[in-house]
Design a binder for this molecule. Structure first.
Ligand SMILES: [Zn+2]
Ligand SMILES: [Zn+2]
Length: 177
């Protein structure tokens, strides 16, 4: 983990007046230092991420809402082919003023630290929660033959593996005299 102050997800809201109704636009554009996703599909380290949002002063804190764009990579859950997934998600989170935050963990996570809002959790949640649990290269991917591991799409329609009935396997090498 990098020191907190270097996280690209930290937003300095210094320029936003703390009067309800005030609003400022922000834009973060950086290369990701730590992957975001699931074992099957993730925005990899080094991938670029664009976050455009507005910060709005409300009575208890700052409401941050916007859009995150990036590209995730992973593999198809059926045929294991590499897949790319366009990430384009909305997010919205209220960051409480320190003076307004309560005791629970959620408040801790989404509270301002002086002028700083850490939007990493909001972004991770927005991205991960919408990712498919079982990503596919295409909706009708036929997957792999369970016997030889070839992709069904490359195999002949009548592709089959001759199976010897286990009850007769003892006779497999038997030749009539
Ligand atoms: Zn597939
Ligand atoms: Zn096969």
């Amino acid at each position: 983990m990098k020191p907190k102050s270097q996280s690209p997800f930290l937003v300095n809201l210094h320029e936003l007046p703390r009067r309800a109704g005030e609003m400022r636009p922000y834009r973060l554009d950086f290369k990701l230092e730590e992957a975001i996703g699931t074992p099957m599909l993730a925005i990899k380290t080094g991938e670029s991420m664009l976050i455009e949002f507005k910060a709005e002063s409300v009575s208890d804190g700052v409401l941050i809402s916007g859009h995150v764009k990036s590209k995730a990579k992973g593999e198809c859950g059926r045929c294991l082919d590499e897949i790319e997934w366009d990430v384009s998600e909305e997010f919205r989170e209220l960051f409480l003023y320190e003076s307004r935050k309560g005791e629970d963990e959620e408040d801790e996570l989404f509270a301002l630290d002086g002028d700083i809002a850490d939007i990493e959790t909001a972004i991770r949640d927005a991205v991960v929660l919408t990712m498919p649990i079982n990503p596919l290269c295409k909706p009708d991917c036929k997957g792999l033959c369970s016997e030889c591991g070839e992709r069904w799409e490359k195999l002949a329609p009548d592709h089959t593996h001759e199976k010897i009935d286990p009850r007769w396997s003892g006779l497999a090498g038997w030749q009539p005299k």
